[in-house]
Write a protein that binds this ligand. Structure first.
Ligand SMILES: CC(C)(COP(=O)(O)OP(=O)(O)OC[C@H]1O[C@@H](n2cnc3c(N)ncnc32)[C@H](O)[C@@H]1OP(=O)(O)O)[C@@H](O)C(=O)NCCC(=O)NCCS
Length: 186
């Protein structure tokens, strides 16, 4: 098994894997609404390939933001993470998580959000401690709205970072003008 950056050539195989793991009705989930209309962050999506070069796992990260009373804060949404059913429990998910998180950290995107089981994602530093006052665009079980690299529970609304993409595309000088949400020390 090896992990490589996801490229367009894996697009169809990723969709097939996600349909298989989550069901073809997955697009209505709240996590999908959070990334509606935005592209995955370049350089932060990875696939796992088996020895035959077949896709057996996938992870994607997306630009989102938290709109609060004091401003708009850049965050990154992690997910979906999926591993082929026949290979679940063999460490591929952990390898994908560690690869993507390290790449996000290196890119200065340490504040990461996901919707998932704390029993699994806790081992990668995720918890619901800082997300209790976040409004999300759809139903979510509060204990499954997890974040890492976010120190404070600041009330706000999570949404796709469409405006951020537009700012970057049109006025590069403003790049970086948005603050991250109180990043944790390390
Ligand atoms: C969740 C998932 C990505 C984990 O990847 P994986 O390669 O199967 O898991 P790993 O081999 O890295 O880790 C296995 C460990 O995680 C635990 N685990 C896996 N899914 C878990 C879950 N939902 N809740 C709690 N623990 C979980 C296993 O019990 C095992 O525990 P152990 O290390 O104590 O034995 C994968 O199982 C999967 O695709 N599941 C279905 C889709 C899904 O739920 N995706 C996440 C939501 S975005």
């Amino acid at each position: 098994m090896m992990i490589v950056p996801a490229s367009a050539r894996y697009g169809a195989a990723i969709e097939t894997l996600l349909d298989d793991v989550f069901g073809s009705d997955r697009h209505g989930r709240t996590a999908y609404r959070l990334r509606d209309g935005v592209r995955a962050v370049e350089g932060l999506s990875f696939v796992a390939l088996n020895a035959a070069g077949e896709l057996v796992g996938s992870i994607q990260l997306w630009p989102i933001e938290l709109a609060t009373e004091t401003g708009v804060h850049a965050l990154t949404l992690l997910g979906p993470v999926a591993v082929a059913k026949s290979l679940q429990g063999t460490g591929i998910g952990a390898a994908l998580m560690e690869t993507a998180i390290a790449a996000a950290d290196a890119m200065g995107r340490s504040a990461i959000v996901l919707i998932g089981d704390a029993e699994y994602y806790g081992r990668f530093g995720f918890s619901a401690e800082a997300t209790g006052d976040w409004v999300v665009p759809g139903p979510v079980e509060r204990h499954r709205l997890l974040a890492r690299g976010v120190e404070e529970n600041t009330a706000g609304t999570l949404r796709p970072a469409k405006a951020l993409s537009a700012v970057r595309a049109t006025t590069p000088a403003q790049k970086g003008s948005r603050r991250a949400v109180a990043p944790a020390a390390a």
